[in-house]
Design a protein around this ligand. Sequence first.
Ligand code: NAP
Length: 298
Amino acid sequence: MTPRTLPFTDLNLAPVILGMMRLCEQPELANTQALSHWLMQRLEEGFTTFDHADIYGSNEVERRFGEVLKSQPQLRQQMQLISKCGIRHQWQAPSDRVKHYNNEAGYILDSVDGILQRLGCEQLDLLLLHRPDPLQQPEEVAQAFTQLLQQGKVRYFGVSNYLPAQFELLQQALPMPLVTNQIEFSLLARAPLDNGQLSQMQLRGITPMYWSPLGGAQLFKQPEHPLLQSLTRMAKELGCTLDAVALAWVMHHPAAGLPLVGSFKEERLQGYRQACELRLSRLDWYELWEKAQGEEVA
Ligand SMILES: NC(=O)c1ccc[n+]([C@@H]2O[C@H](COP(=O)([O-])OP(=O)(O)OC[C@H]3O[C@@H](n4cnc5c(N)ncnc54)[C@H](OP(=O)(O)O)[C@@H]3O)[C@@H](O)[C@H]2O)c1
């Protein structure tokens, strides 16, 4: 897999990013030695970019990953680390009455300290605000980001799940560029094609990231669904896995986003490497769109 330079940065990211959200659901990777072995294999294959969030596994995902980095600090130089903050669950503070978002400066700064401590490293390559907080004050975010940059705790910044106007509102207050918007995009989540998220990234020359590009496991749960039948047929024709075809569908969009996949299984990961080489035809792309939509284009 050929790394991709993320515009506005000097980061060379893997063309398929490994999402860590489901790490605690993998019993075979529960101990540090097994996870360390798994990580080294991935690095050798070119999967060098890892996506975290402070809330994944109730903090446990970053902690387990950090155990590996603490035992083998040299691995940090071989990878790019992304994490996110801003979602506040009640398990984090039982006195909170409701789950909520918090993009206040103090909250961002404390969150990054927690992330770095759990990951056992001194710097994140990329910090994302996990969700748009309607109460967010852009100037406060600017203050927090500037401090994190000056302290060397974060190299680059971005957002996740922001609509174009929310992105612009924040960007105009920042002294540094937002370098990505991590959005949900898959055959089952096609809103970015129409809500301006992808067009805005193209206009600005920013590379989006696509979370749940296979729709979580949902895509594979209805074997009779016409979409799955088309994916299966194309996979046979192209000599690849059906996950690879579904991944190629999102990667085919000219916004040229980076998908974040959630599986830890080696056989699936091989398919994801294949997806980087696949080129769907226009008719293939529209056939999958039609099957997902349940109707032909107007
Ligand atoms: N920014 C955000 O708001 C946000 C939100 C959600 C996620 N994310 C990021 O995106 C990453 C990926 O999300 P995701 O895990 O939902 O991505 P995904 O790759 O769309 O889905 C992964 C799931 O699909 C299953 N799967 C894949 N191929 C399959 C097949 N051929 N047959 C049956 N099941 C199959 C996997 O099962 P197996 O485990 O059996 O392979 C796994 O449960 C997360 O780890 C996280 O980093 C970000």
